[in-house]
Design a protein around this ligand. Structure first.
Ligand SMILES: Cc1cc2nc3c(=O)[nH]c(=O)nc-3n(C[C@H](O)[C@H](O)[C@H](O)COP(=O)(O)O)c2cc1C
Ligand SMILES: [Mn+2]
Length: 512
């Protein structure tokens, strides 16, 4: 495992999967445009795509480090995690399935009953405890400390898309000149529940307004927002740290849809094979990873909001401006020679695609626990995570697909799935063509679809209300009695196994 972002970058550089750009580049639009183009290139390193993503799994180009960024002394790293191979390396595995296996071993539902079983389980549980974070006295991330002199504008914070932060764009009033178009895009946001003291880490974008002023864009369904509501109810200002860099498992853990109060830091320690070391912040009562590159400390104002956005988002559209809490910087600490990590989101595939695919694979065993009839699933690239899920089931009784859809819409962040397509066991959910073929062939729109109302992704601009709208379930399985009017259902074409084998054996004899 890598101890920090820089050792990860150095290893990738040696493998020619990170390239350095020596000429000066502009943090406003230029870096993002290069990264966007790079993320659509064939992946450096040439590793074959995983079986679960044969068509789209070949892209990602290489990671980039811009050594000379206009207006800042810090280099910018971007697209570092943006391919299957780089993401695997960040998590220390050859495939995400390895982690899925480790997760399922951990959460196995067969709780021990006998004493002997209990004792057998102990080492495993003790091991889990050893993955928890440890607080130490000193840390690299505080080699340099700025308090009074802390200045966000000295960091190479990028602007991703032309209308980002633009006053007068969409819902943003024309006289709202306060915000810049610059966003911190690849940070872990560290907060603590004021009641339970439980830590949370989430990846939320941060818009920059000035040297010491920013806005926190957490969605209302996310844990940062939940913590914020608690501070607000108590009438207390909220300490918050923005953490850039650290162990390469951290950005993934920050995006992972863990249930509330399941600690991202414990999960990161589990992925890392050992607990993450933390150091107390200089000006706020929080702890942050010692191996981070840069840490921005400060307080969220519970009474003041800023007009945040617009921002070119992973939906492929701008998310429009809205009011989000203001954040006042109290300190910026960093290691000497720190590297500033960033990412750009937009039309897929980009760096976040691989973070999402890691979650898709790692959560398969967990999803199977609540949906035993689920065999496999896929979040196809065109769906940008929330727009589409393909689900494969072993169908045994009528309207089973609808039961599965309802469970998916009740499962954590899967509730946002705007379209669920359920297919039979023989269909490849990792092949859009195969899935859509069965939708086309097997679906009667009136009988085999259901539209439900519910919470939707707040980034979805098509919903009639903010974060609320309709979702569709499409049952593309073979229909059986009890599912409405079903006439005789024909068999799908397949040649006989004997002849298939004969042709296989004789293929070379045909002279083709
Ligand atoms: C690149 C990237 C950017 C993201 N930006 C945001 C954001 O600005 N606001 C937000 O609420 N979630 C954002 N997310 C999603 C959250 O990080 C993710 O849902 C996470 O599970 C939230 O954790 P939480 O449940 O602990 O809040 C982003 C994810 C990625 C990969
Ligand atoms: Mn969380």
């Amino acid at each position: 495992m890598y101890r920090d972002l820089q050792s990860f970058i150095a290893d990738l550089e040696a493998r020619r999967q990170v390239k350095r750009v020596a000429v000066e580049v502009d943090p406003i639009l230029e870096i993002a445009t290069i990264a966007d183009r790079m993320s659509k290139e064939p992946a450096a390193g040439g590793a074959p795509p995983p079986k679960t993503d044969p068509v789209h799994g070949t892209r990602g180009g290489c990671g980039l480090v811009f050594d000379k960024v206009k207006g800042s002394s810090f280099p910018v790293a971007i697209n570092i995690f943006g391919s299957y191979e780089r993401m695997h390396r960040a998590l220390g595995v050859d495939s995400f399935e390895e982690l899925a296996d480790r997760v399922s071993a951990l959460v196995k539902p067969d709780m021990p009953t006998g004493l002997l079983d209990k004792m057998k389980k102990l080492p495993q549980l003790a091991k889990l405890a050893s993955f928890g974070p440890k607080v130490v006295k000193r840390g690299l991330c505080q080699e340099v400390v700025h308090t009074e002199g802390a200045d966000l504008l000295k960091l190479p914070i990028i602007q991703c898309w032309p209308h980002d932060g633009e006053a007068g764009y969409g819902l943003k009033p024309a006289d709202d000149k306060e915000g810049t178009g610059r966003y911190i895009t690849f940070a872990g946001i560290y907060t603590k529940d004021p009641e339970s003291a439980e830590r949370n880490v989430g990846m939320y974008r941060v818009q920059v307004y000035g040297s010491k002023l920013a806005a926190m864009h957490w969605h209302m369904h996310h844990d940062g927002a939940r913590h914020f509501r608690k501070y607000k109810a108590r009438g207390e200002r909220m300490p918050l740290a923005i953490v850039l860099g650290g162990e390469p498992v951290l950005p993934y853990a920050a995006t992972c849809p863990l249930p509330p109060d399941v600690s991202e830091l414990l999960f990161a320690g589990f992925l890392n094979g050992g607990g993450i070391d933390l150091v107390p912040c200089k000006t706020i009562p929080l702890e942050v990873p010692v191996n981070a590159e840069i840490v921005i400390e400060g307080w969220v104002d519970i009474d003041r909001t800023l007009m945040e956005g617009p921002f070119g988002d992973h939906t492929g559209f701008y998310s429009l401006a809205d009011r989000y809490p203001a954040f006042d910087v109290s300190a910026i600490t960093h290691r000497r020679n720190a590297v500033f990590p960033a990412t750009i989101v937009g039309k897929p595939p980009q760096e976040d695609y691989y973070l999402g695919k890691a979650t898709e694979r790692i959560f398969l065993p967990l999803l199977k626990m609540i949906i035993p009839d689920l065999i496999d699933y896929s979040l196809p690239m065109f769906g940008a995570f929330h727009n589409c899920v393909f689900i494969k089931i072993r169908k045994e009784y009528p309207l089973q697909a609808r039961k599965v859809m309802s469970t998916v819409w009740g499962a954590g962040q899967m509730m946002f799935s705007k379209m669920i397509v359920v297919v039979d066991e023989h269909v490849n959910v990792h092949d859009e063509q195969d899935v859509l073929f069965h939708v086309g062939a097997n679906v009667d729109w009136r009988r085999d679809t259901m539209i439900v109302d519910g919470p939707c992704d707040v980034l979805d601009h098509s919903t009639p209300y903010y974060g609320a709208g309709a979702k569709i379930g499409i049952d593309a399985t073979r229909k059986i009695a009890g599912e409405g009017v079903v006439r005789d259902w024909p068999e799908e074409l397949e040649t006989s196994e004997a002849v298939r084998q004969l042709v296989e054996k004789r293929w070379s004899q045909y002279g083709l």
